[in-house]
Design a protein around this ligand. Structure first.
Ligand code: PMM
Length: 278
């Protein structure tokens, strides 16, 4: 994707148990209306997911996932919205592309379903490869690293090699550090601080910290209670701005309007880059 500004990807979870929107948008009409709101607020891409990936979440089957996302994708695509499908299943990605999605967002980076990279290669569409070590139900056990930045970089490079071997064009690959996926707070902060290492690989980098648990922990009250999901917006904005200033290609967020506003300020001040450690 050729863009001259940081991409804003708006989150549209069409799941009854998404931690971030509390299941408000399971109904198709609400989901379509929210997708249009996201676009009108400045989202370049609306990211539609039909399976919750929150820690501990149980999986749904592919037909359920397809039944949730396809009607919403059809309506939003017909309204001219650029859509990414957030799935780890090749069958769901195929159905979503058929319905009008233009980008595949695979949080498993092609690991969960070996057919995913072939689907992306055949469609010739952008493919987001996120760093991932296992499904949500047991991913917290997999959060062990000696050097998280180097390990995430190397594991992502393996995903890239597999995608290239399957025929995905290098220009269609986007990388994502996978904040919160098999990562503790300290890992998320280290990856945020050294985003230049991933950016240095030469692929666009998507940064997706929006409302995540580690922000709630950072902002915990004096008794240690994490800040509730709906009160993590200012922290989310700070992470997005820092990532863009470090050279991220785009950010994936729930509150598109505040993100678009912050990025407008960033652009008006000359799109300043952060100095990274040398
Ligand atoms: N996080 C979630 C879902 N999809 N996709 C990408 N590329 N990167 C992420 O970090 C990511 C994702 C989980 O968060 P949500 O439940 O708020 O959507």
């Amino acid at each position: 994707m050729n863009v001259d500004h940081p991409v804003v990807m708006g989150v549209l979870n069409v799941t009854p148990d998404s931690f971030s929107d509390g299941g408000k948008y399971t109904d198709e009409e609400f989901a379509v209306a929210h997708g249009l709101d996201l676009r009108n607020a400045g989202a370049d891409i609306v990211d539609i997911g039909g399976e919750s990936t929150r820690p501990g979440a149980e999986r749904v089957d592919a037909p359920t996932e397809i039944a949730r996302v396809v009607p919403v994708i059809k309506e939003l695509a017909a309204a001219g919205v650029l859509i990414s499908i957030d799935t780890t299943r090749a069958a769901v990605a195929e159905a979503a592309l058929e319905a009008g999605a233009a980008v595949i967002n695979d949080v498993s980076g092609g690991l969960a379903d070996p057919a995913m990279t072939r689907v992306a290669a055949e469609a010739g569409c952008p493919l987001i490869l996120m760093h991932w070590r296992g499904h949500s139900r047991h991913m917290n056990e997999l959060a062990t690293y000696t050097d998280v930045v180097a390990e995430v970089r190397d594991e992502l490079l393996q995903r890239v090699d597999e995608a290239l071997a399957a025929g995905v064009a290098p220009g269609q690959i986007i990388l994502d550090p996978g904040l919160g996926f098999a990562k503790k707070a300290e890992h998320n902060w280290a990856l945020s601080a050294h985003l230049d290492v991933l950016i240095g690989l030469g692929y666009p980098v998507l940064f997706a910290a929006s409302r995540k648990t580690y922000l709630g922990r950072l902002l915990a009250g004096p008794d240690g209670t994490p800040r509730p999901v709906e009160e993590r917006e200012a922290a989310t904005l700070a992470t997005s701005l820092l990532a863009v200033a470090a050279g991220a290609w785009g950010v994936r967020v729930h509150d598109v309007r505040s993100t678009a506003d912050a990025l407008a300020v960033w652009r008006a001040t000359g799109a300043p880059r952060l100095r990274t450690a040398s």
